[in-house]
Write a protein that binds this ligand. Structure first.
Ligand code: MN
Ligand code: FE
Length: 306
């Protein structure tokens, strides 16, 4: 199994690249990393951004980490992205994505990704505008794939989100967008499936299970996000967590049965900003150990609490 970690746990805490890099390698015992744009915003002026990205690349090299991709975090997800009702808003998002590709390449990643965007209530409830937003989205992704290739990337990763006003949110819709973009993209287009999104019961019902996603999307899945959840929220909790119900070992079996064991799975835990640093350090450490045992099947005799 291919287990890694998204750097979401580190934001506003372990910000310096050598600090998170050492922590991921020495304390968490992981080598595979998904960089988050919450640590380095693509909007920052290029002159400041470039040396910062170079530091990320160097820290990853120094600590033997592989940055597989760079990904949208909390900050960019607040915005409407490529589905903004105003063309100026959509253009701004295109620009953000293109800058993000530069950052991804600068930190040494071969892929960039995130959720594509969300429609306004007004657009989503108007069938004509809804259809137009979708058509424009296809054009936007095709255009972005050219920019991704020009930046030196070889993959775009699109995250499925648990909101019906966002695209894509469900298996059929994710398949449709890939179909509709078939032959139009300059780099490979892959889906990222976050288990907390895929199993969100208020949207998908109490019967939602991962095999529906795994067999439905198959090798269109480029990566997973792992989190602990109660299936009633997009929880992004770690382990242990009294509220969490997600069975990582069971998921690992489902992934293997579907033949997707080589797909990278990134732990993506989001802690409240106000939570004590020591609690976060302990929880992300126990989370990594839990997933190494339950997902990757590692035999760990002791939990290292450096
Ligand atoms: Mn996610
Ligand atoms: Fe999420």
């Amino acid at each position: 199994m291919n287990l890694g970690i998204n750097l979401s746990f580190a934001i506003k805490r372990w910000v310096e690249p050598p600090v998170w890099a050492r922590f991921v390698r020495e304390t968490l015992g992981l080598e595979l990393v998904q960089f988050t744009y919450d640590l380095l915003d693509p909007w920052w002026p290029e002159a400041s951004r470039r040396p910062m990205a170079a530091e990320v690349r160097k820290a990853a090299q120094d600590w033997g980490l592989h940055i597989e991709s760079a990904f949208s975090g909390l900050a960019n997800y607040c915005f409407d992205g490529l589905l903004h009702p105003d063309p100026a808003g959509r253009n701004a998002s295109l620009e953000w994505w293109k800058r993000a590709f530069d950052v991804a390449a600068e930190v040494g990643a071969k892929a960039s990704g995130g959720p594509l965007g969300g429609m306004s209530i007004s657009d989503a409830s108007n069938p004509k505008r809804r259809e137009q937003r979708y058509r424009d989205l296809l054009d936007a992704v095709a255009e972005l794939s050219e920019a991704a290739r020009a930046a030196g990337l070889d993959r775009l990763q699109v995250e499925c989100t648990p909101l019906a006003r966002e695209i894509p949110y469900a298996v059929d819709q994710a398949k449709a967008i890939l179909n509709d973009l078939e032959g139009r993209c300059a780099v490979e287009l892959k889906l990222l499936v976050d288990i907390g999104h895929a199993l969100y019961q208020p949207l998908f019902g109490p019967g939602a299970r991962m095999p529906g996603w795994l067999y439905g999307l198959g090798d269109s899945i480029g990566a997973f996000h792992l989190q602990n959840t109660d299936f009633q929220s997009d929880s992004h909790w770690g382990w242990p967590d009294r509220r969490g119900l997600f069975d990582v070992a069971g998921f690992a079996s489902e992934v293997r049965a579907a033949g997707l064991e080589d797909v990278p799975a990134f732990i993506e835990i989001i802690y409240p900003f106000e939570l004590a640093d020591e609690e976060v350090r302990q929880n992300i450490t126990s989370t990594a150990m839990h997933c190494r045992r339950e997902y990757a099947g590692e035999i760990l005799y002791s939990v290292q609490e450096a």
